[in-house]
Ligand binder design. Sequence first.
Ligand SMILES: Cc1cc2nc3c(=O)[nH]c(=O)nc-3n(C[C@H](O)[C@H](O)[C@H](O)COP(=O)(O)O)c2cc1C
Length: 183
Amino acid sequence: MIDLVFAHPYPKRSRANRILLNAVRDISNLDVRSLYDIYPDFGIDVESEQAALLSAKLVVWQHPLYWYTAPGLMKHWFDKVLARGWAYGEGGSALHGKLCQWVVTTGGDQEAYSATGMHAFNFESFVPVMRQTAEFCGMKWLEPIVVHNAHRVSDKELHAVGRDYRKKLISLATEAQELVVHG
Ligand SMILES: Cc1cc2nc3c(=O)[nH]c(=O)nc-3n(C[C@H](O)[C@H](O)[C@H](O)COP(=O)(O)O)c2cc1C
C-alpha cells in the first residue's frame, strides 16, 4: 500500500532522516526500500522496484538534499525504474493516479534559501524537478515535508516532524484504502 523509497548514502550516519524514517517504518503495509542498503553497487533490480510501486497507492520519496536534488542512487533509480512504456509514454500508465509524498532534509536554513542567502534561490525553486518527475508519470503530488537546517534542528523537533509525517501517511493510507473498498 505504501512504497517508501529511501535514499541515504550512509543510513547509519544519518540523524535527521533516521529519526524521520523510524517514525514511520512500522506502519502496517509500508514497505521501506532503502536503496543504498539494497543496491550498494547501484545494480538496481528494476522488476522488483516496479512491482513494489505497482502494489502501492502511495509512493514516498525520502532523502537528504544533495546538490539541490536527490542523492545519485535515487537519480539512477528514476532513470532505470521510471521507464518509457511503463511510467510514461505510450502504454506508460503504471503510476497514474498514485499519490507521491516527497520528504526531504536540507543542510541550509530558511535564510540560506533566499535571494541574498548562500543558496541564492528560495527552496521552492528547487522543487519542480522532483514534482514534475512525479507528475510526468501521472502521479498526484502532495505538499512536501521539508526539514531545513537538518544539522542543527534538535532531536525533539525532528521527532515532532516525525509524528506529523506518521499521521499524514496513516491518514493518506486510510483514505486510499476506503477508496479501494468503497470505490
Ligand atoms: C554531497 C552532499 C551534498 C549536499 N548538498 C546540499 C544542498 O544542495 N543543499 C543543502 O541544503 N544541503 C546539502 N547537503 C546537506 C544535507 O542535505 C544534510 O547533510 C542532510 O539533509 C542531513 O540529513 P541526515 O542527518 O539524515 O544525514 C549536502 C550534503 C552532502 C554530503
